[in-house]
Design a binder for this molecule. Structure first.
Ligand code: URP
Ligand code: ZN
Ligand code: ZN
Ligand code: ZN
Length: 473
């Protein structure tokens, strides 16, 4: 039987416009957007003048993600990670497939997709991480099969030599393959050799405490890698997506390429916009909780990222959610402090999938740095377009999935690990008061979170078969 829901009295925000409208949902799809005075439905949600946002699209999460040669994994599984996402107003995540040692990349994908299907509360896609050639010499057939399965974006690490890093020859070859078949190459842009060199120098000088991770990852290592990736993509005739841009210098490189009309886009993350080196430099071992790559940089670096985000030099905000605990839960492999006082041994990554929209709304929209439509564009519409999910995801329009967030722009709340839903036992934003909150969250018409209560069931999230699309700057 057909099921209908009416969301009444909201102010709809899209990447193009802000307008008062009612939204009629039929069987999980938006049926109409407009004046619903005459519409009837099985259920009604009163938006009460709040904002109505398209569900957030976080194109960068690492749930139950193995790192450091499979010696440990991130704390959140597909359930806790997507529960946290849903509470924060994010209804789509795109996670990663990393080749397992005893399986091909394609075999790993099939298994990981089943794991995610069994556990996700909201819809999910998967990017492929392209292994270095020595891990899988024949990769072309797997990449093309993955493309057929909706894995239309392929990620390359320019960092982590010896485990994940691919060289320029492979980047050129695989970006060329991507260009021929319409896949979008993504890069983690840091010069891995330069980071290894700086790490050795710090270790030799005895600077091994957690906060020195920052000095091992200079701005130049990121700016150089972004520039090189742009150069290689241009030679390959390929578009390029640069994940987690942290440095103002790296963002400048991207902005220059975009101003010249190049099909290149950059993502930054809440931790680079809101947190700073000054927050963790004096924390001792607890600074491990702030360690990620590229590192959370000096406070003076933040303004340029906000400016690029508003002006278009940067295009999206994803979280790179890769949460670990500072303590050691008995059911998890070694977490952040497995080698206290030794930054080279600290698992990299920070949590944030739940806080993304609130941090961007508070520090962006409410602070006057981002227009409302730009906020929606960078957190939902643009990632949906770039990763082959638009117009099904990332907007509010007839025919789209009814992924909607009733967002109260005036609700204040205090961010804390105690009240958040992901597993890490600390927050980068502990005690921060923010304005703006997801009150009701719908995924394909299902109310998955309402007034802080989880209603969505693990396993309801669907795998998103993503298309290759013509991409505009
Ligand atoms: O430090 C980070 N970002 N860890 C997650 C894996 C990656 O590099 O994206
Ligand atoms: Zn990365
Ligand atoms: Zn030191
Ligand atoms: Zn990442």
């Amino acid at each position: 039987a057909t099921r209908t829901t009416l969301v009444r009295g909201g102010t709809v925000v899209t990447a193009e416009a802000v307008f008062r409208a009612d939204v009629l949902i039929r069987d999980g799809i938006v049926a109409a957007v407009g004046d619903g005075a005459d519409w009837a439905a099985d259920d009604t949600i009163d938006a009460g003048g709040a904002l109505l946002l398209p569900g957030g699209v976080d194109a960068h999460t690492h749930l139950e993600y193995p790192i450091d040669g499979f010696t440990t994994r991130t704390a959140d599984d597909f359930t806790s990670g997507t529960v946290a996402a849903a509470h924060g107003g994010t209804t789509t995540v795109i996670d990663f497939v990393k080749k397992e040692p005893d399986r091909t990349l394609y075999e790993t994908f099939l298994r990981r997709r089943e794991d995610a299907r069994a556990r996700c509360v909201v819809d999910f896609g998967l990017h492929a991480i392209v292994p270095p050639r020595d891990q899988q010499p024949e990769i072309k057939d797997d990449l093309l099969r993955l493309l057929d399965e909706g894995v239309s974006s392929w990620k390359f690490f320019m960092a982590y030599p010896g485990t994940q890093m691919v060289d320029d020859a492979q980047l050129l070859a695989d970006m060329t393959l991507a260009a021929e078949h319409g896949a979008l190459p993504m890069v983690h842009a840091e010069n891995g050799h330069l980071v290894a060199h700086e790490t050795r120098r710090l270790v030799d000088a005895g600077h091994v405490a957690e906060h020195h991770h920052h000095a091992a990852h200079p701005h130049a290592a990121e700016a150089e890698a972004v520039h090189r990736a742009l150069t290689l993509a241009e030679a390959a005739g390929s578009p390029l997506f640069v994940v987690h841009v942290s440095s103002a210098r790296a963002a400048d490189e991207l902005a220059r390429a975009r101003a010249a009309g190049r099909p290149a886009w950059g993502e930054t993350c809440p931790q680079y916009l809101v947190a700073a080196y000054e927050d963790y430099a004096g924390l001792g071992e607890r600074a491990a909780g702030w360690i990620c790559s590229p590192p959370i940089r000096e406070r003076a670096n933040q303004d340029a990222l906000w400016t690029h985000l508003a002006a278009g030099g940067l295009s999206t905000v994803g979280t790179d959610h890769a949460g670990f605990c500072l303590g050691q839960p008995p059911d998890l492999p070694p977490q952040k402090l497995r080698e206290p006082g030794w930054f080279p041994g600290t698992p990299n990554g920070v949590p944030g999938v739940e806080e993304r929209l609130a941090l961007l709304y508070h520090h962006g929209v409410a602070a006057g740095r981002l227009a409302l439509s730009r906020f929606v564009e960078i957190t939902a519409t643009r990632p949906a377009k770039l990763f082959g999910l638009h117009p099904r995801k990332g907007t509010i329009a007839a025919g789209a999935d009814a992924d909607l967030v009733v967002w109260d722009p005036d609700a204040h709340h205090v961010l804390s690990a105690d009240t958040a839903h992901s597993r890490p036992d600390y927050s980068l934003y502990e005690g921060m008061e923010v304005t703006g909150r997801a009150v009701h969250v719908l995924s394909r018409g299902d109310l998955v979170v309402s007034e802080g209560t989880l209603l969505g069931r693990p396993g309801r999230g669907r795998y998103l078969h993503r298309t290759t699309t013509a991409r505009s700057t």
